[in-house]
Design a protein around this ligand. Structure first.
Ligand SMILES: *[C@@H]1O[C@H](CO)[C@@H](O)[C@H](O)[C@H]1NC(C)=O
Length: 369
């Protein structure tokens, strides 16, 4: 057995042991134990931190109000460079490095750019998806090739990921039922959807403070539909009043289903019903640049809502769990994050909880003007 395979196996074994101990946000502490860093001073020098920081500032037009703030952000940036380096070792099929979130601490990142509410049980109104045949699934599939996916959007510093995941799924379902791709309004959900989870006290959709895709579908069912993005544009802030105008409904939910944590069923539902709304643990996404993320250790605590638009295998076969080794995920952090706004995560073992909260929506056939 060659060394690489042996060390992969060792890490896998280690991750299996550690995964059981991974707590809510303890992932990084865990990673630190697995990949200890050398002296931080010499490492900063090796990492050429100053150079990277000035590139980062100009690339993302970052300015800081005071010298103190600047120096603090540089320290955070250096910690993130070290973090990315450690993660690279534990996620060799992806590329980790400087991203637009590199001057944020992991908790700032979580607070400002995620926004999935905690949920433990299934929502009351969701059906359980019927089991679909899986024998004739294509090896590769991407709804972008079929015109069912709008351009990548940007939630900004607002925990409204859940609304983007929900509109993304409905945009796909609406396309499937009408043949028309219409970009839908997240702001309507941010302003108007305060749907509470009947099973989970205190878990209500609350704008930039988080929500759930299934609650959003429930809200859309009750409200009658969603307006177009251009009729109710995104502001990235909450606290505004609801400006929903029923006469401008562009798409409506007919029903939605929760899909079992079975990746073949997920693939079958994706192909049949359109893009899937999923929850994911986004810890690794702060440093993600590209490739297929397949970390040896990743918490299953879901904190981010995204959209699975396809799956594939091209250019990726380190350990072939499956014939379709990765999910293609549309994110809502703009095109200047990840692979033009997209993320790829490996299939096969519920990595980062990607199989744990999956839903599919169907749209009413409405003819819009
Ligand atoms: C919606 O309901 C129809 C009819 O019951 C069912 O066949 C379909 O699977 C459902 N779709 C979703 C996404 O729930």
């Amino acid at each position: 057995m060659d060394r690489r395979i042996l060390s992969s196996l060792l890490l896998l074994l280690l991750s299996a042991v550690l995964a059981s101990a991974v707590a809510v946000s303890g992932d990084d502490a865990m990673i630190r134990q697995v990949v200890p860093s050398d002296g931080e001073q010499s490492e900063d020098h090796l990492l050429n931190a100053e150079h990277h920081f000035s590139l980062f500032k100009s690339k993302f037009s970052k300015t800081y109000a005071t010298q103190e703030e600047h120096d603090y952000r540089f320290r955070v940036f250096k910690a993130n460079l070290r973090r990315a380096k450690r993660r690279q070792l534990l996620d060799p099929t992806a590329v980790h490095g400087v991203t637009k979130f590199s001057d944020l601490t992991p908790s700032e990142f979580r607070r400002q750019f995620l926004g999935l509410n905690r949920r433990l049980r299934l929502p009351a109104d969701a059906q359980k998806a019927p089991i679909l045949p899986t024998n004739d699934l294509p090896t590769d599939f991407d709804w972008r090739d079929h015109g069912a996916v709008t351009g990548v959007k940007d939630q900004g510093a607002c925990g409204s990921c859940w609304s983007f995941s929900a509109t993304g799924a409905l945009e796909g379902a609406h396309f499937l039922s009408t043949g028309e791709l219409v970009s839908l309004s997240e702001q309507q959900l941010v302003d108007c959807d305060h749907e509470c989870d009947p099973e989970e006290s205190g878990s209500c959709d609350s704008g930039c403070n988080g929500g759930l895709m299934n609650s959003a579908f429930e809200y859309i069912l009750k409200a009658g539909g969603v307006e177009r993005e251009k009729d109710y544009p995104y502001t990235g802030t909450d606290g505004g009043s609801c400006k929903f105008d029923k006469s401008k409904i562009a798409a409506a939910v007919s029903n939605f289903s929760v899909i079992s944590s079975d990746e073949d069923q997920m693939a079958a539902n994706l192909v049949k019903h359109g893009p899937l709304a999923v929850g994911i643990n986004a810890v690794w996404m702060q440093t993600y640049i590209g490739g297929v993320s397949c970390p040896y250790i990743c918490g299953k605590y879901l904190d981010h809502g995204v959209l699975i638009v396809g799956y594939g295998s091209s250019g990726f076969a380190p350990i072939r769990f499956k014939e379709k080794p990765y999910w293609i995920i549309k994110n809502s952090w703009g095109e200047n994050w990840g692979e033009n706004g997209y993320y790829k995560i490996c299939m096969g073992r519920n990595v980062c909880g990607v199989d744990s909260m999956v839903s599919s929506v169907a749209a009413i056939h409405t003819t819009s003007s």
